[in-house]
Design a protein around this ligand. Structure first.
Ligand SMILES: *Cc1c(COP(=O)(O)O)cnc(C)c1O
Length: 406
């Protein structure tokens, strides 16, 4: 028999679970794009987005996924021939670097492996040796969704400053905005990239680029980006049509406005960060037990460097794939595939998977996924130790106890 009928849980790291009120906000006739509600709504979205990122700078919305937002960010500050230092902790930094290369930039990749964060000391040394200041920007991914490594932008900023280097700091926050503590201005981030479908709980389709004064100065002194990618016109409320270089993403805007309301007003941003942190600790507590029994291991051994919205895990191949298939077929949970750790035609590929715990997710959903994994391990005859789900439940109970109002 199968026990999968009922509400399915797509527990992958994006697209994340969409709240019903966000879906409902889209269920309406097409609005006028030239005047009326949509225009004031967009003004509110822009100011809410700045709050979410912790910046007094500007933000531009593109009709694009994260890859489009990567290109938008790069097109505004990287000119052909510019050298860019790319700090890689997984495949996402490499993907962004490839976009820079195709735009004519010269990415220089520093690889920190796939199991631990960026080493800021090494970044400082590289920048200190760049005596003619050829490096125009440093690019990093806050949370690499494939490896589930979190690196701290503030440490990279401190390294840039300690080297006395003028490079801009560009950060991919696609898997951290709305999920992890992030303060763009306080952490010295010049350009931050986001997308709608992860912590922002909105369908994929909106790419976001936040930028501060130093980045804007660089844009205005450099060769102009294409009219489409230029972020400047997109920030001017008095020229509404220019926000989107054409028809606005009408229904996505209604959705995003509702998601931002949930995030900023209903729960509160810091409470949302704390919720993700507590849910991540619950996942880790269960994995610690399975790890001890030799069933499942963390990709990132150091808990301090683990993301709060996704956990990348390892199992002896082919059991990661078997586990995912058992869960999808029998209990209505879909986990994430291993990404960028091995080629799909390599048997090692079947030794990686990920649990997404980002966005509109609460304790019972995470406990459900963990209980479902426990059942899968039992069904597959894998020694799973004892008390994994109980350990997760204890973390949840203690988190609620410690912060009863959030
Ligand atoms: C999801 C993701 C991307 C890519 O976003 P798409 O919308 O799939 O193009 C880039 N960077 C990170 C960190 C991500 O999590």
């Amino acid at each position: 028999m199968t026990l999968s009928h009922g509400r399915h849980y797509l527990a992958i790291p994006g697209p994340s679970v969409i709240p019903d009120s966000v879906l409902s906000a889209m269920h309406r006739p097409a609005p006028n794009i030239y005047e009326g509600e949509l225009i004031s709504l967009t003004g509110r979205i822009l100011s809410d987005l700045k709050r979410v990122a912790g910046t007094t700078g500007d933000v531009a919305i593109y009709i694009a996924n994260g890859h489009g937002a990567w290109e938008a960010a790069a097109a505004n500050v990287i000119a052909p021939g510019d050298e860019v230092l790319v700090l890689a902790t997984g495949p996402f930094a490499l993907g962004w670097a490839e976009i820079v290369r195709r735009l004519g930039g010269r990415p220089r990749i520093v690889d920190f492996g796939r199991q631990g964060p960026i080493d800021a000391e090494r970044v400082k040394d590289i920048l200190a040796r760049d005596r003619d200041r050829a490096i125009r920007a440093v690019m990093m991914v806050h949370v690499d969704t494939a490896t589930s490594i979190r690196s701290e932008p503030a440490r990279v900023r401190a390294a840039i400053d300690a080297a006395g280097h003028p490079a801009l700091l560009l950060v991919d926050g696609i898997a951290s905005v709305g999920i992890e503590a992030l303060h763009m201005d306080a952490e010295g981030i010049d350009v931050l990239v986001g997308a709608s479908q992860k912590g922002l709980m909105t369908p994929p389709g909106l790419g976001l680029v936040w930028f501060g004064e130093r980045a804007e100065e660089k844009r205005s002194n450099g060769p102009a980006p294409s009219a489409y990618w230029d972020w400047r016109p997109r920030t001017r409320p008095e020229a509404y049509y220019q926000h989107f270089c054409g028809t606005a993403p009408t229904h996505h805007l209604f959705a995003l406005a509702e998601a931002l309301r949930l995030l900023l007003e209903e729960q509160g941003l810091e409470a949302a960060w704390a919720r993700h942190a507590a849910l991540a600790r619950a996942v880790w507590a269960a994995v610690d037990c399975w790890d001890e029994a030799g069933a499942i291991a963390f990709n990132v051994p150091d808990a301090a460097a683990r993301a709060h919205g996704v956990t990348a895990l390892r199992m002896a191949p082919p059991f990661a794939t078997r586990l995912r298939e058992w869960l999808a077929d029998n209990v209505g949970v879909t986990l994430g595939i291993g990404l960028g750790m091995a080629a799909p035609d390599d048997p090692a590929w079947h030794g990686f998977f990920r649990i997404g715990h980002m966005g509109h997710v609460n304790a019972h959903m995470v406990l459900g996924v963990l209980g479902a994994i426990e059942a899968a391990l039992a069904a597959l005859g894998i020694d799973r130790g004892e008390g994994a789900v109980a350990a997760a439940a204890k973390v949840i109970a203690e988190a609620v106890e410690a912060a009863p109002t959030s």
